[in-house]
Design a protein around this ligand. Structure first.
Ligand code: ACO
Length: 336
């Protein structure tokens, strides 16, 4: 059995900055409410650049490949996590394969919302552990802004989400004490509709129904979130899955050098930080600048933390996510 390690990281965010002040011109909201509840000051929303989920993913991937020092043709497999694919099908993994002109390797799409990148890392890690693949490109990318309800009706959701992409190259590591030590995945489908986008979906509301009803009040194709319920579950599950990962590796919270939580809400990150008695240097947050970019939030944050020199060789790095499904998970890494 091998281990896997992250040998390259990259991210891309659209240029267009949307401040809370600008949102207050579109809907009944204000900077104080958004910052107090979420910590978000601004987010990036694709405007005129023509960027899509796949194109942002490709841009992040190019940086990660270059930093990894490998050739695109060294990539054996592609994994793409998103809840906002360019097309209903096929998913964006194959678009990346085409855009990067990578030979006909396999491409897998992951649909696990805010936990998508953690699930994707887990799949990649296990493919590498078994020796099936050597280098895997893992991408998390989201274009939320085109699908949000930007009226007062949708304000509880739309102020939170931002666009962006992050990518990592996972590569074979022969030393089992280094790289990704373990991954931990969970779900609880009974809460699927607490954070959901119903339509178009074959089971509940397909395009034909939407067109036939032609109802301007139809909210089924906008995301719906029971915010307080999600929040309460998030703080519990984040804590559990971080502890699960630490215990599996005989570690304690004080051994964490860098915790990168999914950037759902700064208040959730602060709750976890306090619970585990971590210092500001042990937790990385950038939701203030980007909002919640869902599957992209961990790779964007991981890339920025690494670029800022906050992750060093030998560090214990913990990734943790919670989101729609509900799904949640963690990754424990001994940075190589
Ligand atoms: N601006 C101003 N007022 C608002 C806004 C807004 N943007 N949004 C809602 N309000 C109002 C509501 O209408 C409500 O008014 P009322 O009391 O008159 O009815 C009041 O503010 C409180 O609304 P709540 O929804 O109860 O606000 P809450 O304190 O719960 O904060 C929030 C909402 C920020 C969404 C929070 O619940 C949260 O962060 N939840 C967790 C989100 C999360 O972790 N998601 C998981 C990942 S996402 C994924 O997987 C896709």
């Amino acid at each position: 059995m091998y281990n896997s390690k992250i040998i390259g990281l990259g991210h891309f965010v659209p240029e267009n900055v949307v401040t809370n002040e600008e949102l207050s011109k579109l809907m009944d909201t204000n900077d104080a409410w958004i910052q107090e509840r979420t910590g978000i000051k601004e987010r990036r929303w694709v405007k005129d650049s023509g960027d899509t989920t796949s194109s942002m993913g490709v841009k992040a991937a190019k940086v990660a490949i270059e930093r990894a020092g490998i050739d695109k043709d060294d990539i054996d497999f592609i994994i793409f996590a998103t809840l906002s694919p360019d097309m209903y099908f096929p998913g964006p993994g194959v678009q990346v394969q085409e855009a990067l002109n990578i030979k006909t390797v396999g491409a897998l799409d992951i649909r696990n919302q805010c936990s998508g990148f953690v699930y994707a890392i887990s799949v990649a890690d296990n493919f590498i552990k078994t020796g099936m693949y050597k280098n895997i490109l893992v991408i998390g990318s989201e274009l939320h802004s085109h699908g949000l309800d930007k009226t007062t009706r949708g304000r509880g959701v739309s102020v939170i989400f931002g666009d962006g992409a992050g990518a990592a190259i996972l590569s074979r590591e022969e030393d089992n004490t280094k790289g990704i030590l373990s991954t931990h995945l969970h779900s609880q489908g009974e809460h699927a509709e607490e954070l959901v986008l119903v339509a178009p979906g074959m089971g509940k509301r397909w395009v034909n129904d939407i067109l036939a009803d032609n109802d301007p009040n139809d909210e089924s194709y906008f995301p719906h979130m029971n915010g307080q319920f999600v929040f309460k579950n998030a703080v519990v599950r984040f804590s559990e899955v971080i502890m699960e990962g630490l215990q599996k590796n005989n570690l304690k919270p004080e051994n964490i050098d860098m915790l990168i939580p999914h950037q759902a809400n700064l208040r959730i990150s602060q709750f976890i930080q306090k619970k585990f008695q971590l210092s500001d240097d042990q937790v990385f947050n950038n939701i203030q600048k980007y909002g919640n970019t869902t599957a992209a939030s961990i790779p964007i944050a991981l890339t920025e933390a690494w670029e800022q020199g906050k992750i060093k060789s030998g560090d214990t790095v913990v990734l943790a996510a919670f989101g729609s499904g509900f799904t949640w998970g963690s990754v424990i890494i001994k940075w190589q």
